[in-house]
Design a protein around this ligand. Sequence first.
Ligand code: AMP
Length: 421
Amino acid sequence: MSFTSLGLSEFLLKSLKDLGYEQPTPIQEKAIPAILEGDDILAAAETGSGKTAGFTLPILERLVKALPPQGNLVTALVLVPTRELAVQVEEAIRQYARFFPRKLKTLAVFGGVSINNQMQAMRGGCDIVVATPGRLLDLVDRNAVDLRAVTTLVLDEADRMLDLGFADELDEILDELPNQRQNLLFSATFPKGVKTLTEDLLDSPVEIEIKQESTIPEQLVQRAIEVDRNNRTMLLKYLLKQKQWSQILIFVASKRTANNVEMKLYRSGIQAQTLHGDLTQTERTQALKDFRTGRCKILIATDLAARGIDIPNLPCVLNYDLPRSPADYVHRIGRTARAGEIGQALSFVDHEGDAHFKLIEKRIQQQISREQIEGFERSKDIPESVTAKKGKAPVKGKRKSKKDKLREAAALKAQNDAQKQ
Ligand code: AMP
């Protein structure tokens, strides 16, 4: 199958050729013709499957025939869960649209940066807006954006969006949109929240499911290294010196660990950067940019970087801390070995993480043989803290999100205020 046979115009074929895409990925093969037909789509697609081009190419194809935007109207709206993805998807769209016959206006809208620039950029309308829900609603509230002319809505990483507690904001956005529109929903998994959303949102959608085997590519080598918890930084330093990876993405469980590990490496003369939610948006963007361009060789990140972020030629991902869920594991390691490249994913497995790693293996249906590195062998004795804790692993999804807590506090305050009156 070729891009030409999918019915794409010359201006798109030209940019695909420039990008070196030889043929469509399975998701593109199925999604592009259906979207061109005007159908709603429900696609099970992971990041790395080529889904961004899967929805962008047909949207661009249809936009050629549409009128340029006016006022502060938007023609196509892509909703994403994180700021980084908003930037990345908008950049990808601009790449695919390089030879668009007229000047195409696209905009990434996300929080954590000044709203004024985004308000100004919205003037004259936009062909495509890629947005995180909260900031988009701020713009709607300020009458800076009008969503009543949206013809196509894309929900990217829908499972993630609901996981992050966007349900209410999504509802508010849907209220702003016209009823007549095309809806394209992409989700790695279909938990209950997503299922309900799809029923309310989609009109006889074309369902696309790409076989899950491709989730962990064959050329991605997974390794599990047993080590004591308090020996992990020493081992990390040793591996960095020994292996001399051109670049490595190190995942940790918290912002504090990210900063700690960075500091410890720094004291040993190893330069690294961090990426986590406590940094300003400018710092986050800069860290990613430095990593993408190769200026930064070692990036220590929380799960903020696990989803969707596309770093070309990344040879190694290391789980310094194990991720909370098997799905996050797949997302993290999927940052390497993309688009046919070779990659390695290392996981430090301490006694505390043993049971959890077994669960991950069970879910991904793969067994990864355990290794020990000479000089850093894991002690035979299982710490008491582990034996005492057994059976008390935290349940994902049961913890209240920051937003839930804020909502609860607001409800409590309203209740108290009402009682006072
Ligand atoms: P995505 O799943 O949209 O994040 O895309 C993953 C990566 O695959 C990106 O680096 C794209 O540039 C690349 N890609 C998308 N479609 C193709 C294609 N048909 N051929 C080669 N690479 C592609």
